[in-house]
Design a protein around this ligand. Structure first.
Ligand code: FES
Ligand code: FES
Length: 211
């Protein structure tokens, strides 16, 4: 009869149950320290520059950006999809890079906080964060900036949110909409008042620039 690996005597030759994560080499109790990582080729276009990489197939996009490419702007707050500090734009949409398996995004276009500015010129949202004092420690700020940028694109495209009263109408970016749409990005410093004001101001600047 099959028994879980942690109850088996040493050197048991019974094959592991493939459905049990703890029995898979390299995962949790009973892990096989001799397990050899599997690598795969991966091409990413990050902030307009192509990177040809060979990465551990278990690596998250966040780790590849930070460890392989050297872009440390995207932050690892929780590594569990809870805080939003790792938010990047992945093929134009907001994504938690800590939850994205890098090899699943071969040939993807990624924009990190380092790619938001146009050379020395900050984006309207970045300017607005400075002008509205929208951060203290700044740890959450790269994710807030990418999230706000992606969120304003979503509003421009007419996407409703859970706070949109009339989903058939153009969304109106009031403070409730901003809070709801930015709710995936936590700030331990509690700079939310400044962040809401910054997103509001950034939206106005973008509109003015597009007019
Ligand atoms: S580090 Fe990705 S959501 Fe927290
Ligand atoms: S500014 Fe410190 S966590 Fe947001």
């Amino acid at each position: 009869m099959w028994a879980p690996p942690w109850t088996r005597p040493p050197n048991s030759c019974e094959p592991p149950n493939p459905c049990d994560r703890r029995a898979i080499p390299g995962r949790g109790p009973g892990m096989d320290s001799e397990a050899i990582p599997v690598h795969a080729d991966l091409t990413l276009v990050v902030n307009g520059r192509e990177h040809r990489l060979n990465v551990d197939t278990r690596a998250s996009l966040l780790d590849v950006l930070r460890e392989d490419i050297g872009l440390t702007g995207s932050k690892k707050g929780c590594d569990h999809g809870q805080c939003g500090a790792c938010t990047v734009l992945l093929d134009g949409r907001r994504a938690n890079a800590c939850l994205a398996l890098a090899v699943a995004h071969d040939a993807a276009e990624v924009v990190t906080v380092e790619g938001l500015a146009d050379g020395e010129r900050l984006s309207p949202v970045q300017e607005a964060f400075i002008e509205n004092d929208a951060f203290q420690c700044g740890y959450c700020t790269p994710g807030q900036l990418c999230s706000a940028t992606g969120m304003l694109d979503e509003v421009d495209q007419g996407w409703p949110s859970a706070a949109t009263a009339d989903v058939s109408a153009e969304p109106v970016l009031d403070d409730d909409e901003i809070r709801e749409r930015m709710s995936g990005n936590l700030c331990r410093c509690g700079a939310y008042v400044g962040i809401v004001a910054a997103v509001r101001a950034g939206a106005r600047s973008r509109e003015a620039a597009e007019a």
